[in-house]
Unconditional design. Structure first.
Length: 282
């Protein structure tokens, strides 16, 4: 097999404690065979000048929507991820149990490796847009779409591909908030029974970030270690900033959630990032 020598780049490999330049990487048959300085090869091959470039293992994007045609939010991962050094993408709930097989068939045609968070709603984001879109039906308008057993069966059947459960807690995609609490309870139950993390999109929600009333359902009150709160720096209603304080500050429950093992994902997309919120978190 022919060799490929990536020559003179800055090699960043956290797993092996490498961050050095200039450094060479020698590949054969698509696999790394040696990393070092001034590498040579004696057989057939080619040299790529990586000067002023970063050479690293394939990147992972943990929040994408990678099913074009399956949701208006979807993009082709080979076009938008692979060409930018991202070799693995995690789809954040584009499909649910009712349309996952179609997504899986599409994923098999892509070079990019796709892993999945399965939406708790069986229709996923098939007919939904951004959470702030007015007049667009959402995935929680019909509570029966959050079918626990169907979702569990799908997640267990495809346990080699499905790595988590997803729910969006937004009033205007859930019958003006009437279905939010019950949908959240079902999503929590699904994740627990599947032993999978739950990723939660929380904005414009009737469910509070935290509550002093222990009997009331709140966002962080029910999340467990390994769960993910996505779009952490959004500046919309239901943000992680307590606007009742002067000056505005983080809710104490946000720091407490981090300390007990809950992850916070930037997931900024096109609109879910506020510099003001990020600065208050600094």
């Amino acid at each position: 097999m022919a060799y490929l020598l990536l020559q003179g780049g800055r090699v960043i490999d956290p797993a092996n404690g490498i961050d050095k330049e200039p450094l060479d990487v020698l590949l054969q048959g698509g696999k790394v065979v040696e990393v070092g300085e001034n590498l040579q090869f004696s057989q057939e091959g080619q040299v790529f000048d990586a000067t002023n470039s970063i050479v690293c293992p394939g990147l992972i994007d943990m929040h994408t929507h990678s099913f074009p045609g399956g949701t208006v939010l979807g993009v082709d991962p080979d076009e938008w991820s692979l060409k930018r050094g991202v070799t693995t993408v995690v789809d954040a709930g584009s499909t649910g149990a009712g349309n996952f097989d179609a997504f899986l068939s599409y994923a098999k045609t892509r070079k990019t490796r796709i892993l999945f968070f399965l939406h708790a709603s069986r229709i996923g984001l098939e007919k939904a847009g951004c959470a702030s879109d007015k007049g667009v039906p959402g995935e929680l308008e019909v509570l029966e779409d959050v079918n626990e057993q169907e979702c569990i069966d799908c997640a267990l059947k495809h346990s080699d591909k499905i790595i988590g459960i997803k729910i969006r807690l937004v009033a205007n995609i859930s019958n003006e908030g009437k279905h939010e609490e019950e949908a959240y309870r079902r999503a929590l139950s699904i994740a627990e029974k599947c032993n999978l993390p739950l990723m939660i999109h929380h904005s414009f929600s009737t469910i509070p970030v935290c509550s002093s009333d222990s009997s009331r359902l709140s966002l962080f009150g029910k999340m467990k270690r390994g769960d993910i709160r996505t779009h952490m720096y959004h500046g919309f209603e239901s943000s992680i900033i307590d606007t009742t304080t002067i000056p505005h500050s983080l809710y104490p429950s946000v720091i407490a959630s981090r300390d007990r093992g809950i992850f916070h994902d930037i997931g900024h997309g096109q609109g879910s990032f506020s510099w003001r919120v990020a600065e208050l978190c600094a």
